[in-house]
Design a protein around this ligand. Structure first.
Ligand code: HEC
Length: 128
């Protein structure tokens, strides 16, 4: 009788330990898969943009480095004195300078993948 009880206890103990092991390993697998999945997404081809980027998105991604910091005297957004002076030659002329480059201003503000419309939106964001 004692022997049988011992065997049952042993068996129960074993299966509990085994179940816990199973759960543990499933969690481990889930944990191990996750970062791989994330890396895969991160290093994969970027998802196709849902539509044209907004002026603010383009600004933050490509223009902020200079225009947000004033590096190389790039005029900051909201600096109305600067922008009024520049817009004096007409919005289109200012936009053309952003597209083609202008002194320290690199062509397309370094955003090679930006369409003219996206650059226009970014210039509107900068000058508004
Ligand atoms: C490497 C730094 C740099 C980056 C990046 C940059 N700019 Fe500029 N930008 C400048 C500088 C410097 C000037 C001032 C040029 C001058 O007046 O001589 C300027 C001027 C401009 C002007 C005024 C043009 C004019 O006719 O007066 C516009 C508009 C402009 N940038 C738009 C943008 C946009 C839009 C982006 C992002 C897509 C961008 N810039 C990214 C440096 C930069």
């Amino acid at each position: 009788m004692k022997k049988a009880l011992f065997a049952i206890t042993l068996l129960a103990g074993f299966s509990i330990a085994h179940a816990a092991d199973d759960k543990q390993s499933r969690e481990d697998i889930a944990k191990n898969i996750q970062p791989v999945g994330q890396v895969h997404i991160g290093s994969g081809v970027p998802a196709a943009p849902a539509g044209p980027r907004s002026g603010e998105e383009v600004y933050k991604a490509s223009c902020f480095a200079c225009h947000g910091t004033g590096a190389m005297d790039a005029p900051k957004p909201g600096d109305s004195a600067q922008w009024e002076k520049r817009l004096g030659k007409g919005f289109d002329a200012v936009l053309q300078n952003a597209i083609n480059g202008f002194n320290g201003m690199p062509a397309r503000g370094t955003c090679a993948t930006c369409s003219d419309d996206e650059l226009k939106a970014a210039v509107e964001f900068l000058t508004k």
